[in-house]
Design a protein around this ligand. Structure first.
Ligand code: FES
Length: 381
């Protein structure tokens, strides 16, 4: 009975509240400001300032690091924000082709807020070769938003990062070392840096200057015996010698280094979630040269272009001067995601598409090679 009584009281109160609902709402509307709503909000404006999208970047400095590596410093139109470890897409027109390529950022995050950013480039391939041989200060390039998740994640990662770098794979770690030194990132960094010889080490002077209680650098030479260096390849034995406790491993370098390091890390029982690997751009495949025809629909336009079986579909479209979207060029970001209408293709390495994409016939042209004539719908850049 008591329960029924309470229920009746509350039911009565609710009815009263309900009766007052409309007059209360009217009263509040009458008392409200008649000023028009703001066209934009501070939080959106700040986000837009920090992530301005594609912008112009003037090349202001070129520095030769090693025989086949240079660092290019740009002044951007607008300041922007990035996380140490991310990459930028740099693009320009070469002849009739619209070309772009992702490059790891070597400068510190705080520099980008002052409209300066540096990218370190190893000479290889069409666009890097162009930069190496033809780019000069004063040239203006298109620079995309910072992308990639090869970054420190405070919730997921240990407080200690063990970096394994090979060759120009040191680039994101140099940016991280600067971020840790400046206090923008809170972790300790032990860098194992593998190179064939001392001459091939990039940023040696700069890295040595950053060594502190938070940053350690161990240089490992594979083809040269020299005092003050470790020798051979970066493996479990070296990690045991220099690091202990809980750590996250981040790797950036050539595929052969990943294959070796992965086997070695298995013997250390590091959980897979604590091992991160930066994806490499997909290059040419080792296959017999065949020529195919691609029919490409972009918006209301249709193009018929040739495609070399050894090059990715993305490269074929760029060579033909089509303006097509790309960022990571490694199948990871989904930016080039296109719809296959007909034809066959092979994927370089692991298939990183979502299950639904594979099922409904979508592909990533950046990491797919043509195996027949093809027809596809590509989004506008
Ligand atoms: S450019 Fe990133 S998936 Fe193709």
């Amino acid at each position: 009975m008591a329960f029924t009584f309470k229920k009746q009281i509350f039911g009565f109160m609710d009815l009263l509240r309900f009766k007052k609902l409309v007059p209360n709402r009217r009263k509040m509307l009458a008392e409200g400001s008649s000023a028009p709503l703001p066209k934009s909000y501070r939080v959106n404006e700040t986000a837009h300032i920090l992530h301005p999208g594609y912008q112009n970047a003037a090349l202001v400095q070129i520095e030769q690091n090693t025989a086949d590596t240079k660092t290019y410093t740009f002044e951007t139109d607008k300041p922007f924000y990035f996380r140490a470890g991310q990459y930028l897409t740099l693009g320009c027109k070469i002849g009739n082709s619209e070309v772009s390529r992702p490059y790891a950022i070597s400068s510190a995050p705080q520099e980008a807020l002052k409209k300066r950013v540096s990218l370190t480039v190893k000479k290889s391939g069409f666009f890097s070769g162009y930069l190496f041989d033809h780019a000069k200060t004063g040239d203006v390039f298109a620079l995309g938003d910072p992308s990639g998740d090869f970054c420190y994640e405070p919730i997921k990662d240990a407080k200690q990062i063990v970096a394994i770098a090979g060759g120009s794979g040191i680039t994101p770690f140099y940016s991280m070392a600067q971020a840790v030194t400046a206090g923008t990132d809170e972790y300790t960094l032990t860098i194992f840096y593998g190179a064939k010889t001392e001459d091939e080490i990039i940023f040696k002077k700069e890295l040595d200057a950053l060594v502190s209680d938070k940053i350690k650098v161990i240089y490992v030479l594979s083809d040269e015996e020299k005092e003050g260096y470790e020798h051979g390849f970066i493996g479990a034995e070296l990690l045991r010698k220099y690091v202990s406790g809980d750590y996250t491993v981040m790797m950036c370098g050539p595929a052969a280094m990943y294959a070796f390091a992965e086997k070695e890390l298995a013997s250390l029982n590091i959980p897979l979630r604590r091992i991160k690997k930066e994806a490499n751009c997909v290059g040419m495949r080792d296959a017999e040269k065949k020529l195919y025809t691609l029919t490409v629909h972009i918006g209301f336009d249709t193009y018929t272009i040739p495609a070399d079986s050894r090059e990715t579909i993305l490269v074929a479209m760029e060579r033909a001067g089509l303006k097509v979207p790309s960022k990571c060029r490694a199948g990871g970001c989904g930016f080039c995601h296109s719809k296959l209408l007909s034809g066959k293709f092979s994927i370089a390495g692991a298939d990183k598409r979502r299950l639904a994409d594979a099922k409904f016939g979508y592909l990533h042209p950046c990491c797919s090679y043509p195996d027949s004539d093809m027809e596809l719908i590509v989004p506008k850049a």
